[in-house]
Design a protein around this ligand. Structure first.
Ligand code: ADE
Length: 225
């Protein structure tokens, strides 16, 4: 899979993609993540990328031309399955959307900044818009990093234990059951007996029961879906 990301603050994306599992996935050639600095497409000597909003109001709006030029360039090089704008005024990301996106070949993600982007960019180019939750961040870089992380970990070979991605919270609309490791007794706080029993049928039943209990108490809305 290839993921291109357009950003006005590309340095913000250095860290999330250059460590741990996502870094390893790139090294293994399982995903190619390419960051594009919007400033490279800025207008004039000052490489302008934003301007004040028509009609007045606070903040600056990312201009249409630099973004359009960048997207046109990328689209001339390959076909994109989805062109995604991460923004708080969009449908909220969930595991189902992540699963679908993880099957695509080429994704292009646009991150906003300041007061947003010129609406025409959204109208003309975007095939999908995604919010990571009902709160507002300073820009779309961290939401893009979250989206990419959630997608990339589902690519076969990225996570060592294939089983582990399938048994995540949300994959079956249930939250994960509690997990424990050594010691079995920490200052009198004991691991549930069944997990030490070696009876895997019983262990599976216990995990299912706990997952259901946890979902009922903290996210009952998931059970309605
Ligand atoms: N940009 C700023 N806040 C955001 C959010 N909640 N989701 C996606 N993009 C954003």
């Amino acid at each position: 899979m290839r993921i291109d990301i357009i950003s006005a603050s590309p340095q913000l994306l250095d860290s999330p993609f250059n460590h741990s599992i996502i870094k390893r996935a790139q090294k293994k050639g399982l995903v190619d993540i390419v960051i594009h600095d919007l400033r490279d497409y800025g207008l004039g000597n000052y490489k302008q990328i934003d301007d004040s909003p028509f009609g007045g109001g606070a903040g600056m709006v990312l201009m249409i031309e630099p973004i359009a030029n960048c997207i046109d360039q990328l689209k001339s090089e390959r076909d994109y399955d989805e062109i995604i704008y991460v923004t708080p005024d969009a449908p909220t990301l969930n595991q189902k959307t992540v699963n679908t996106l993880s099957l695509e070949k080429n994704l292009l993600i646009l991150t906003g900044h300041y007061k947003g982007v010129d609406q025409r960019i959204r109208d003309i180019y975007m095939t999908k818009e995604i919010s990571i939750g009902d709160y507002v961040l300073t820009g779309g870089e961290l939401p893009a990093a979250i989206l990419v992380d959630a997608i990339v970990r589902l690519i076969p070979g990225v996570i060592g234990d294939e089983q582990s991605a399938l048994t995540d919270s949300f994959q079956d609309n249930l939250l994960s059951p509690p997990v424990y490791t050594r010691p079995a007794d920490y200052k009198g706080s004991k691991v549930p007996e069944v997990l030490l029993s070696g009876n895997f049928k019983k262990i599976d039943e216990w995990r299912e029961e706990k997952a259901l209990e946890k979902t009922k108490s903290t996210r009952p809305d998931l059970l309605d879906e």
